[in-house]
Design a protein around this ligand. Structure first.
Ligand code: HEC
Ligand code: HEC
Ligand code: HEC
Ligand code: HEC
Ligand code: HEC
Ligand code: HEC
Ligand code: HEC
Ligand code: HEC
Ligand code: HEC
Ligand code: HEC
Length: 466
C-alpha cells in the first residue's frame, strides 16, 4: 500500500498511491556521455518519491494523514537516500536505442538485451536494473552484480574480456582501506566494473568513479593490499610521474597531444584493457594496451602500437618539461631526438644507424630496438616495470651522473653499463680517448653524448676553409 492502491490512485499507472516528490533533480552528466538524461520520469519518479528523501515514506493518497513509523519520517540519510542530486548515480530517464549504441560504440544494441533487462518506452529507468518485487539477488537487482553480469548486459567495454581487472582472482589482504564496500564479492574478477565504478553515491560523479582523486581509484589496490605490484611505494620516491600533483585536469575527451600539464594513471593505462602480456620492443606491452598516443610522424594513433607513442602525448610537440642538459642547439621535443632520420640516436623508434657498436652486451646487437622504459623506470631489483618512480633524477632505472669531475667508478654510469660493457668502453674499443676522458679527466658520458639522440635540427655542420 505504500506504493499501490486499488482506488483513487494517482491517475497514472501502476495504480500509484503516492504523489510525485515535485523535486527539481540534477541529472547525471559527463563529457563522455552521449545520452541525454532529463528530469526523472516513468518508474524512476515513482521510486524517487521515497528515495530522494524529500517526502514522508508514509505519505500515501489512500490515507488522509501520514502513516507514522517508529524511527523515521523520510528516507533516512545513507545509501538508500539518493537525494535530488543524481549526478553521482547511474543515469536514468533517457532514450536507449540503436542510435545511442552507434553514438557510444561500446553498448549492446537494446534489441539484443537479455530478457531480464527491461526498458520502459525505450527509456532506461531504475527498473532496468531493479525489480522492486523480486529480490533474487541483493538490492532487488534484475541480474547478479557478480562478475558484473548486470553491467555487461548493456555495456561492452573494448578489450574488457581479457583485461586483468576482469580475470584476476586476487583477494584483499584485509588491511584498510577496503576496496569493496558496496558489493558482497571478494575477488577482483567478481567485482569487475565495481572495482572502480559505483552505480550510486560515486565519490567522483563523472563516470561514477569511487573516488574523486583519480589515482585513489587505482592505488586502493595497487598499494600492496590486492594487486601483486605495489605502485604506491614507487610513487613515494623523489623522481616520479607525480599523479598526486594534478586533480581534475585529466579528461578522457582531452586532445591526445596534452597541452595542459598533468599526468594520471589513466593517461598511460586503459583500465578496461590492461593485462599481463609481454612484447618485443617497441611494441606496447599488456599493461599499456588500448591507450591513445602520438606516433613518430606526430600523428594521433588510437590505440598505440608502440609504447613510446604514449610518451609522445606529453614529451614531444608540447613538451611538459625542457631538456635537462643545456646544449648549444636546444631540442626539447623528444620525438625529434629519436627520429630515425637523425645522424645518431638510441634505437627506440627503429633500428639505429651505427653498424659498429662494439660495447653492446649480448643479446643486444646493432639491430636491437629498446623501450623508453629500458632507461626510464623504477629503480631496484624486483621493482614493478614502468616509469612510476625512482631514486634517480629523470626517473632513471639506474644511476647516471650528468656532470663532470666525480672520481670515476662503474656505478656512476650504471645505466649505460646495463647495455654497454664498461670493460669495452674503458678499453677504448671504439673511441680511442674514452678511458682518458672518462677516467683520467672525470668527464661524464653526458658531456659528449646525448642519451636520446641528436636531432637533424641540432646538427651543426661547418665547412672549414684550409
Ligand atoms: C514507499 C517508499 C518507497 C518506494 C516508492 C520505493 N522504495 Fe525502495 N526502499 C524503501 C525503503 C524504506 C527502503 C529501506 C531503506 C533502508 O533500509 O535504508 C528501500 C530499499 C530499497 C533498496 C535497497 C534494498 C536493500 O536490500 O537494502 C532498493 C534497491 C530499492 N529500495 C529500490 C527501489 C526502487 C527501484 C524503487 C522504484 C521501483 C523503490 N525502491 C521504491 C522505500 C521505498
Ligand atoms: C545501471 C543499473 C542501475 C540503475 C539504473 C539504478 N540502480 Fe540502484 N543499484 C544498482 C546496483 C548494482 C546496486 C547495488 C549496490 C552496488 O553494487 O553498489 C544498487 C543499489 C541501490 C540501492 C541500495 C543502496 C545502495 O546504494 O547500495 C538503492 C536504494 C537503489 N539502488 C535505488 C535506485 C533508484 C531509486 C534508481 C533510479 C533512480 C536506481 N537505483 C537506478 C544499479 C542500478
Ligand atoms: C540497462 C542497461 C545498462 C546497465 C544494466 C548498466 N548500464 Fe551503464 N549505461 C547504460 C547506458 C545506455 C549509458 C549511457 C551511455 C552513453 O550515453 O554514452 C550508461 C552510462 C554509464 C556510465 C556513464 C558513462 C559516461 O560516459 O559518463 C557509467 C560509468 C556506467 N554506465 C557504468 C555502469 C556500471 C558500472 C554498470 C553496472 C553496475 C552499468 N553501467 C549498468 C546502460 C546500462
Ligand atoms: C580498474 C578500474 C576500472 C574498471 C575495472 C572499470 N572501469 Fe570503467 N572507467 C575507469 C576509469 C578510470 C574511467 C575514466 C577514464 C579516464 O578518465 O580517462 C572509466 C570510464 C568508463 C566509462 C566512460 C568512458 C568509456 O570508456 O566509455 C564507462 C561507460 C565505463 N568506464 C564503464 C565500465 C564498465 C561497464 C566496466 C566493467 C565492464 C568498467 N568500466 C570497468 C575505471 C574502470
Ligand atoms: C580492486 C582492485 C584494483 C583496482 C581498484 C585497480 N586494479 Fe589494476 N590490477 C588489479 C589486479 C589484482 C591486477 C592483476 C595483476 C596483479 O595482481 O598485480 C591488476 C592489473 C593491472 C595492470 C597490469 C596488468 C597486469 O595484469 O600485469 C595495470 C596496468 C593496472 N592494473 C592498472 C590499474 C589502474 C590504472 C587502475 C585505476 C584506474 C587500477 N588498476 C585499479 C587490481 C586493481
Ligand atoms: C599525460 C602526460 C604524460 C605522459 C603520457 C608521459 N609523461 Fe612523462 N612526465 C609528465 C609530466 C607532467 C612530468 C613532470 C613531472 C610531474 O609533474 O609528474 C613528466 C616527467 C617525466 C620524466 C622526468 C623528466 C625530468 O625532467 O625530470 C621522464 C623521464 C618522463 N616523464 C618520461 C616519460 C616516459 C618514458 C613516458 C612514456 C612511457 C612518459 N613520460 C609519458 C607527463 C607525461
Ligand atoms: C638510453 C637511455 C634512454 C632512453 C632509451 C630514453 N631516455 Fe629519456 N633520458 C635519458 C637520460 C640519461 C636523461 C637525462 C639526461 C638528459 O636529459 O639528456 C633523459 C631525459 C629525459 C627527459 C627529461 C627532459 C629531457 O629531454 O632531457 C624526458 C622527458 C625523457 N628523457 C623522456 C624519454 C622518452 C619519452 C623516451 C622514449 C621515447 C626516452 N626518454 C628514452 C635516457 C634515456
Ligand atoms: C607515464 C606513464 C605511466 C603512468 C602515469 C603510470 N604508469 Fe603504470 N606503467 C607504465 C608503463 C610504461 C608500464 C610498463 C609496461 C611494461 O613494460 O611491462 C607500467 C606498468 C604498470 C603496471 C604493471 C607492473 C608490472 O611490473 O607488471 C601496473 C600495475 C601499473 N603500471 C599501474 C599504474 C598505476 C596504478 C598508476 C597510477 C598510480 C600508473 N601505473 C601510472 C606507464 C605509466
Ligand atoms: C637498454 C639498452 C641501452 C642502454 C641502457 C644504453 N644504450 Fe646505448 N645503445 C644501445 C643500442 C642497442 C645501441 C645500438 C644502436 C645503433 O646500432 O645505432 C646503442 C648505441 C649507443 C651509441 C652509439 C650511437 C650512434 O648513433 O652511434 C652510443 C654513443 C651510446 N649507445 C651511448 C649510451 C650511453 C651514454 C648510455 C647511458 C646513458 C647508453 N648508451 C645506454 C642500447 C643501450
Ligand atoms: C670526450 C667525449 C666522450 C666521453 C666523455 C664519452 N664518449 Fe663515448 N664516444 C665518444 C666518441 C667521439 C665516440 C665515437 C667513436 C667512433 O665513432 O669511432 C664514442 C662512442 C661511444 C659508443 C659507441 C661505440 C661503442 O664503443 O660501442 C658508446 C656506446 C659510448 N661511446 C658510450 C660512452 C659511455 C657509456 C660513456 C661514459 C661512461 C662515454 N661514452 C663517454 C666520445 C665520448
Amino acid at each position: 500500500m505504500f506504493c499501490h492502491t486499488a482506488h483513487n490512485s494517482k491517475p497514472s499507472s501502476p495504480l500509484w498511491n503516492r504523489n510525485d516528490a515535485g523535486s527539481i533533480y540534477t541529472p547525471y552528466s559527463s563529457s563522455t556521455l552521449k545520452a541525454l538524461p532529463g528530469q526523472p520520469s516513468g518508474s524512476s519518479i515513482l521510486c524517487l518519491s521515497c528515495h530522494d528523501g524529500t517526502v514522508a515514506l508514509g505519505s500515501v493518497l489512500s490515507s488522509s494523514s501520514i502513516i507514522s513509523f517508529a524511527n523515521t519520517v523520510n528516507m533516512p540519510a545513507g545509501p538508500s537516500n539518493l537525494s535530488t542530486d543524481l549526478r553521482n548515480d547511474h543515469p536514468v530517464s533517457f532514450v536507449y536505442d540503436a542510435a545511442l549504441t552507434t553514438a557510444n560504440g561500446q553498448l549492446i544494441n537494446p534489441a539484443g538485451l537479455p530478457s531480464e533487462i527491461k526498458l520502459e518506452n525505450d527509456q532506461l529507468q531504475c527498473t532496468s536494473c531493479h525489480d522492486p518485487h523480486k529480490n533474487l539477488y541483493t538490492d532487488f537487482l534484475v541480474a547478479s552484480s557478480q562478475y558484473s553480469n548486470l553491467c555487461n548486459a548493456c555495456h561492452q567495454q573494448t578489450s574488457w574480456a581479457t583485461s586483468s581487472h576482469n580475470t584476476s582472482t586476487r583477494t584483499w589482504n584485509n588491511i584498510s582501506p577496503n576496496p569493496w564496500t558496496t558489493t558482497p564479492w571478494t575477488t577482483v574478477a567478481e567485482n569487475a566494473c565495481e572495482n572502480c565504478h559505483s552505480p550510486h553515491n560515486a565519490g567522483e560523479p563523472k563516470r561514477l568513479l569511487k573516488y574523486q582523486t583519480e589515482e585513489d581509484n587505482c592505488l586502493v589496490c595497487h598499494n600492496g593490499n590486492v594487486a601483486t605490484k605495489n605502485i604506491q611505494a614507487e610513487l613515494t620516491k623523489t623522481y616520479k610521474h607525480n599523479v598526486f600533483g594534478y586533480t581534475g585536469t585529466h579528461d578522457p575527451t582531452e586532445a591526445t597531444a596534452v597541452s595542459t600539464r598533468h599526468v594520471e594513471c589513466v593517461d598511460c593505462h586503459n583500465p578496461h584493457a590492461a593485462k599481463a602480456l609481454s612484447a618485443v620492443a617497441p611494441a606496447v606491452r599488456g599493461p599499456n594496451v588500448g591507450v591513445a598516443g602520438i606516433n613518430q610522424s606526430g600523428i594521433v594513433v588510437k590505440p598505440v602500437a608502440y609504447e613510446y607513442e604514449i610518451c609522445y602525448r606529453c614529451h614531444s610537440d608540447n613538451p611538459v618539461n625542457s631538456s635537462t642538459t643545456p646544449r648549444i642547439l636546444i631540442q626539447n621535443n623528444v620525438r625529434m631526438e629519436f627520429a630515425t632520420s637523425n645522424p645518431s640516436y638510441h634505437p627506440v623508434a627503429g633500428i639505429g644507424v651505427n653498424t659498429s657498436v662494439p660495447s653492446l652486451i649480448s643479446p643486444l646487437t646493432v639491430n636491437s630496438v629498446i623501450y623508453c622504459t629500458d632507461c626510464h623506470a623504477s629503480n631496484g631489483a624486483g621493482a614493478p616495470a614502468g616509469p612510476h618512480g625512482s631514486i634517480y633524477p629523470q626517473i632513471l632505472k639506474a644511476q647516471y651522473l650528468l656532470t663532470d669531475n666525480t672520481v670515476y667508478s662503474v656505478s656512476n654510469f650504471q645505466l649505460c653499463y646495463s647495455c654497454h660493457s664498461s670493460a669495452s668502453i674503458m678499453a677504448n674499443a671504439s673511441f680511442k680517448e674514452h678511458n682518458k676522458h672518462i677516467n683520467d679527466k672525470r668527464t661524464s658520458c653526458n658531456t659528449c653524448h646525448d642519451s636520446h639522440g641528436i636531432s637533424s635540427l641540432q646538427e651543426m655542420r661547418q665547412t672549414i676553409a684550409i
